[in-house]
Design a protein around this ligand. Structure first.
Ligand code: T1G
Length: 680
C-alpha cells in the first residue's frame, strides 16, 4: 500500500504522507519518502518541496510497533541524513500533533509552518526513550538549551503559538495549511539547523538534573536525555548524533522502555472491550448530577465542569452545599494560581455549577453519580430515590470503592442503566477511572461510560463486581502484608522506605496516614468475619481507637508536625503487644522479604482477579495499578513485572511464603501456576 504521494504544483513539489492512523514513520513510509526526496532533489524543474500529512495528524513518531525488531533501512537517522543533504528549501506543514520522530522529521526540514491548532513535542521519555533521530541535537540549536531541556525531559508538547514564539515555526496557518506552506516555500531559503550553535552552558544541564531528580526518580530516560543535550554543546554535530544514537539504542533494549511501551499499548487496549465498538450506540451526556459534596463529590464534579458539562451538585442542606461550592471554587482557584488554567476557564466552569438540596433538581440529568457515605444501606436508599426521580434513560452510577453494585441496582427498576464509576482521590487529578459493570449493565451504558472517560480525559478500565473491584482489592492484599510485617518485626519506616525505593510514590503507611486510617477501619468493620486478616489490620484499629487517624489528627503510623512526619514510638509498643497476643514471633526483616511479600501479594491477587474474570486482561490490571496507585511505569505494572521476574520464580516464592506464613493467603492462583508452567 503506497503511503507517500508526490504532486507538483507549479514548481513546488508537495509530498503527502498518508499512513493511518497517525502517520507513524514505518519502514514503508521511510522508504517511499526517501525515494520521493531523491527524485525531487534531482528534478531541476522543482525549486522547493513541502511535506504534509493526510488524516488527523502530521507524523506522530517512529512506529512503536517496530521497536525491539532489527532496524530496517532506511532507518530514521538514515532519512534525516538524506534530508540534511537536501539542496532545495524543504518546508514541513504541520497539523495535529507532530511528536517524536515526526517532530524530528520537521526539524530536518529547513522551515516549519504550523496549523493554528497543531502541537509539536518530543514525548520519548514517556516510552523510556530519548529522541533518537537528532532531536536532542537539533532542538537546542533551534530554541536554546534551557527550553530544549524542559521540552525533552518533560515530554510535553507545545502549541503553535508557543512554537512560533520559540522560533520552531515561522508561520501559523489559520485557514489553508497547504496553501500557506506552498506560498512560504516560494520565498524560502535552505537553512539547516545543524549549522546553528547551541545557546547554553553545562551548568544549566547540571542545575536541571537537580530540578528533575524528584519527578524522574528511578527513570533512566530523562537523565540519558541530559547526557545527550550536554553532548549537543560539547561535541560537533555528527559526533553528537552518534552519541544520541548510542544512548537511544541502550534505552530501546532496556527493561524500563519495554515496560513503558507495554503500558502505552495497554492503556489503549483497555478501551477495546468485546461486544463494544464504534457501532455500539451511546447516550448523550450534557448534564451531570453529583450527590455528595465531600472531597470525592467535588473532585468528580470538577472533571465534568472542566469538560464543559453542566453539573448539579446535591447536598443535604444549604450550608453543606454552599461549603461544597466553596471547595470547588478553591480547587479551581489553585489551578489558576498554578497557571494550569486561565481565570476565564475557571469562570466558565463554575458558571456551569448548580448547587441544589432537593433530589428533584436531578430529574433532567443525563448521568447521576452518587458519592455519599461508604455504606451499602445509605447507597441503596439513594438508588431508591433516584429510581423515582431520574428521567427515562438516565445513567445512574456509584463512586463506591468496594461495595456490591449489584445490590444497589437490585433496588431499582432500571438495572441495565446502573454501573460503577470509581474515581481515585483526588478525583480531578488521578487519571484512572474504574468502570464497574454489574450483572445487568447494558453495553450501551458501558460504551457511554468509555466515551465519557475520553471526554473527561480519564484512563478507563472495565471491572466486574467484587469487593474492591481491581485496584482496592489488590491494594488491600499489599496492605495486609505490610501490616503483618509490622507485627513480625519490621518498622513502619523500613516497610515504607523499601516500597518507596521499589518505585512506589510513597509507602503504604504514609499513604494510609494521608488518606485517613479510619476509612479502612470503618470499611473493614462492615465485612463478614474471616473475610480479611484481622491481625494485619490490628494496629490500624488500635490507632483509630486512640483517635490517631493519621495526618489529619497529627498522629497515625507517624507523628506529624505540620506535614513533616516523624517516628511514632507507640507503634513499636502496639506491634509488640499485638504480636504477643497473636502468637507471632518477631525478628529482623530484610528489604528483599518486605518487597517480595508486598509485590507478590499484588501479583497473586491480580491473577485471581483475572481467573475470576473481574478484569478482562493482565494488561488491564497493569493499567489500573500504574494509573491508580503509581506502580512505577518503568516496571510496567504488577503483571508485566511478574513476567520480568519470571512466573516460575514468582510461584516458587509464593509457595515458600505459604510454608512460612500459611496458605490462607499464600495459595498461588491456579491461573498463575498454569501460566508459570506454560512459560517454562
Ligand atoms: N507508533 C505506532 N502506533 C501508534 C503510535 C506510534 N508512534 N502512536 C499511536 N499509535 C496507534 C495507537 O496504538 C492506536 O492504535 C492508534 O495509533 C490511535 O492512537 C525516533 C523513537 C498521536 C497523540 O510517543 O501520543 O518517535 O489502538 O488511541 O488518543 O525519536 O497516539 O487504534 O490500533 O493514542 O488520538 C514518539 C505516541 C514515538 C506518540 C494520538 N511518539 N502516540 O492520540 O489516538 S518514539 C509518541 C500518542 C519516537 C524517535 C522516537 C497518541 C497521539 P489502535 P491513540 P489519540
Amino acid at each position: 500500500m503506497t503511503v507517500v504521494f508526490t504532486d507538483i504544483k507549479n514548481d513546488i513539489a508537495v509530498i503527502t504522507i498518508d499512513n493511518p492512523p497517525v502517520n507513524a514513520l514505518s519502514h514503508a513510509l521511510r522508504s517511499e519518502l526517501s525515494n520521493a526526496l531523491e527524485g525531487i532533489n534531482n528534478n531541476t524543474k522543482i525549486i522547493a518541496a513541502v511535506i504534509i500529512c493526510a488524516g488527523r495528524t502530521f507524523c506522530a513518531g517512529a512506529d512503536i510497533k517496530e521497536f525491539g525488531k532489527p532496524p530496517l533501512s532506511p532507518t530514521l537517522p538514515d532519512l534525516m541524513e538524506q534530508m540534511d543533504e537536501f539542496e532545495k528549501p524543504l518546508i514541513a506543514a504541520i497539523h495535529g500533533t507532530a511528536l517524536g520522530g515526526g517532530f524530528e522529521l520537521a526539524l530536518c526540514c529547513h522551515h516549519r509552518v504550523m496549523d493554528v491548532n497543531a502541537k509539536v513535542g518530543l514525548p520519548e521519555v514517556n516510552l523510556g526513550l530519548i529522541p533518537g533521530a537528532g532531536g536532542t541535537q537539533r532542538l537546542p540549536r533551534l530554541i536554546g538549551l534551557a527550553r530544549a531541556l524542559q521540552m525533552i525531559t518533560s515530554g510535553k508538547p507545545i502549541n503553535a503559538e508557543k512554537a512560533k514564539k520559540l522560533g520552531i515555526s515561522e508561520k501559523v496557518s489559520e485557514h489553508n495549511l497547504l496553501e500557506d506552506a506552498i506560498s512560504f516555500a516560494k520565498g524560502a531559503d535552505v537553512r539547516r539547523i545543524r549549522d546553528l550553535k547551541v545557546d547554553g552552558s553545562t551548568e544549566e544541564v547540571e542545575n536541571f538534573q537537580n530540578k528533575i531528580a524528584r519527578r524522574s526518580r528511578g527513570f533512566l530516560a530523562p537523565f540519558a536525555a541530559l547526557d545527550a543535550l550536554k553532548a549537543s554543546m560539547e561535541l560537533p554535530f555528527e559526533e553528537g548524533i552518534v552519541f544520541e544514537r548510542e544512548k537511544f539504542m541502550e534505552l530501546v533494549s532496556s527493561s524500563h522502555s519495554k515496560a513503558q511501551r507495554h503500558l502505552f499499548f495497554a492503556e489503549r487496549a483497555a478501551t477495546k472491550v468485546d461486544g463494544i465498538d464504534k457501532t455500539t450506540p451511546t447516550r448523550k451526556i450534557n448534564h451531570v448530577g453529583v450527590i455528595g459534596g465531600g472531597i470525592m463529590g467535588c473532585g468528580i464534579a470538577i472533571n465534568f465542569l472542566s469538560a464543559g458539562m453542566a453539573v448539579s451538585l446535591l447536598e443535604i442542606s444549604n450550608e453543606a452545599v454552599a461549603a461544597a461550592g466553596e471547595k470547588i471554587r478553591n480547587i479551581y482557584q489553585s489551578m489558576v494560581n498554578k497557571g494550569r488554567i486561565s481565570e476565564e476557564q475557571m469562570q466558565t466552569a463554575i458558571n456551569q455549577l448548580n448547587l441544589i438540596t432537593d433530589y428533584d433538581g436531578l430529574s433532567n440529568s443525563d448521568l447521576i453519580i452518587e458519592a455519599v457515605f461508604e455504606d451499602l444501606n445509605v447507597k441503596k436508599e439513594v438508588f431508591r430515590k433516584l429510581d423515582n426521580i431520574a428521567k427515562e434513560g438516565a445513567i445512574i452510577a456509584t463512586n463506591t470503592s468496594f461495595l456490591d453494585i449489584n445490590e444497589m441496582a437490585n433496588v431499582t427498576t432500571r438495572k441495565s442503566d446502573i454501573l460503577g464509576l470509581h474515581f481515585f482521590s483526588p478525583a480531578h487529578i488521578m487519571p484512572l477511572l474504574e468502570i464497574v459493570k454489574t450483572d445487568d449493565t447494558s453495553n450501551e451504558v458501558i460504551a457511554t461510560a468509555f466515551q465519557l472517560a475520553k471526554n473527561i480525559r480519564k484512563t478507563p478500565v472495565l471491572s466486574g463486581v467484587c469487593y474492591g473491584f481491581i485496584a482496592n482489592r489488590m491494594s488491600s492484599c499489599y496492605g495486609r502484608e505490610a501490616g503483618l510485617l509490622l507485627l513480625e518485626g519490621a518498622t513502619v519506616e523500613q516497610v515504607d522506605q523499601t516500597m518507596f525505593d521499589f518505585g512506589m510514590p510513597m509507602g503504604m503507611f504514609t499513604m494510609l496516614d494521608m488518606a485517613g486510617i479510619d476509612i479502612g477501619v470503618m470499611a473493614r468493620a462492615k465485612l463478614p468475619n474471616g473475610s480479611y486478616d484481622e491481625r494485619a489490620f490490628s494496629i490500624h484499629a488500635v490507632l483509630v481507637e486512640k483517635g490517631h487517624k493519621g495526618q489529619k489528627t497529627g498522629a497515625g503510623f507517624y507523628l506529624y508536625e505540620g506535614k513533616e512526619k516523624k517516628h511514632n514510638p507507640e507503634i513499636d509498643k502496639i506491634a509488640e503487644k499485638m504480636a504477643h497476643d497473636f502468637g507471632i514471633s518477631r525478628c529482623r526483616k530484610t528489604t528483599k522479604e518486605i518487597e517480595e511479600r508486598c509485590i507478590l501479594a499484588l501479583i497473586n491477587e491480580g491473577y485471581k482477579i483475572l481467573e475470576e474474570e473481574i478484569a478482562l486482561s493482565a494488561s488491564d490490571i497493569d493499567v489500573v495499578y500504574a494509573f491508580a496507585f503509581g506502580f512505577p511505569r518503568y516496571k510496567g505494572g504488577p503483571m508485566h513485572y511478574a513476567e520480568h521476574l519470571g512466573l516460575k520464580y514468582v510461584v516458587d516464592r509464593i509457595n515458600e511464603f505459604a510454608v512460612q506464613y500459611g496458605d490462607r493467603w499464600w495459595k498461588p492462583s491456579s491461573l498463575l501456576v498454569k501460566r508459570a508452567k506454560e512459560s517454562e
